[in-house]
Design a protein around this ligand. Sequence first.
Ligand code: ATP
Ligand code: MG
Length: 556
Amino acid sequence: MSEERSLNFIEEIIEEDIKNGKHGGRVHTRFPPEPNGYLHIGHAKSICLNFGLAQKYNGQTNLRFDDTNPEKEETEYVDSIKEDVKWLGFEWQNELYASDYFEQLYGFAVKLINKGKAYVDESTPDEIAGQKGTPTEAGTPSPWRDRPVEENLRLFAEMREGKYQDGEKVLRAKIDLASPNMHLRDPIMYRIRHAEHHRTGDAWCIYPMYDFAHGQSDSIEGITHSVCTLEFIPHRALYDWFIEELEIFPSKQYEFARLNMTYTLMSKRRLLQLVNEGFVNGWDDPRMPTISALRRRGYTAASIRDFCDRIGVAKRENVIDVSLLEFCIREDLNKTAWRRMAVLDPVKLVITNYPEGQEEVFHGENNPEAEDGEGSREIPFSRELWIEREDFMENPSKKYFRLGPGLMVRLKHAYIIKCDGFIKDEQGNVTEVHCSYIPESKSGDDVSGIKVKGTIHWVSVPHAVTAEIRLYDRLFRIEDPGADGLDFREYINPESLQIIPEAYMEPDMVNAEFGKGFQFIRKGYFTLDKESEPGKLVINRTVTLRDNWAKEARKG
Ligand code: ATP
Ligand code: MG
């Protein structure tokens, strides 16, 4: 985090609280995912904020699974969430589960019944909805609203014992049917669900609603600053009401604007649809905005933290351009990625004056951005090389500084060559480019006196290592695939995945390690995919070297 940055509004609140000695100056935050899907880049914003605040103010952060919806939650999701938070570089104080508080929450509900502040309602869901009224008209009381306390206690106990079917009864808070805040019009606290829970099994058949679980969990854990996204603003009054009525630790809720990003769906429910309907190959398909997908694609944790730092924390909704995320990974990989040469669309180049069977080895720094270069690797050179098809033109224009009849270029790390001719097949495709090399022009030891404008990359044919390369692009072709009234399925970018079955790479790539970024010079940033095996390398493009979408936009 940059030291210069001014405080965000939550930091201002915390500093004020510390100054006033609130909670003894203690700062305790939590990150509360529901384990019903994989975390996405929006969650990363919340993680960086919650853990970042605790780090900054010597506090602590809990990882709390908000697991009160048994049908949708799974252990697979719990495990992936833990892995993602750790990978982002954060350590939680306690690993906790709202389900651990089921007994305590039940006790809280009994306390409210005893205070005459909660009742068992037998109205149907439709009837309850009808009783809510409208924002301008008060609601109407349920016929069960004024049940005696003893009857409520007995029925609530029977709900827990499993005497009733799903939906037959609910427990509601008795608050204010005329409140302008609809959330205070006798909200439901508990519902009946005869469902297997991923942790508590069949111990419970009643489950607390979000509003009756979240604030109380915060309070049980002594959370001082409970930050969540803006859509929870109308829930805040209820959050406070339960805590006040229960007379428990006064946690407070603060709301910030969620991350929205162009070309990106940002909701677990919709991401699950993409997975289930086969638009992508799983939650960690590198086109997904999940943290696991970004990791697989080659994003670094540092680049994601940097992104979250740059977008900041504000109280007003906005949409971040996905190119900012791409900028952050380029910034990081430019400094850290090792440079390698790879030819994605090959055509053969023959150096006619280089003796057949002769070889030599050049050396290339791994990372020219690092002071010590981070060592170097050996790059074998021979008479036959692969070059990119686009680096040769039969009829080059004046501004084309690569190969064409009579033109000269430098082969990166090697010699200057001059194009003397080429061969075409019957379809008119160039199959071989013929060149001669200038022996005096060896890179680092060039006494030829020749100046050329272009440098191209290459791979020696007999030494090349092959790989499948997967070129990823944005999954959607419109900026707001999640807009109301649109079916995002109709806006999938058909070119979001392009597979090159056999690309050629310099031989050192057999030593590539998982989790490390490479720059294939002139081509972009790449990383090994998890499906890669010795002898069958699979490589993902993390991001192009430049923002091609910006160029498209300028073209209009
Ligand atoms: P989704 O709508 O994608 O399912 P969610 O809010 O239901 O997200 P939770 O698991 O409940 O997902 O979220 C855990 C935490 O992450 C919450 O505090 C939530 O506010 C925060 N969060 C979720 N989405 C975003 C986002 N796009 N930007 C910032 N924070 C987010
Ligand atoms: Mg949620």
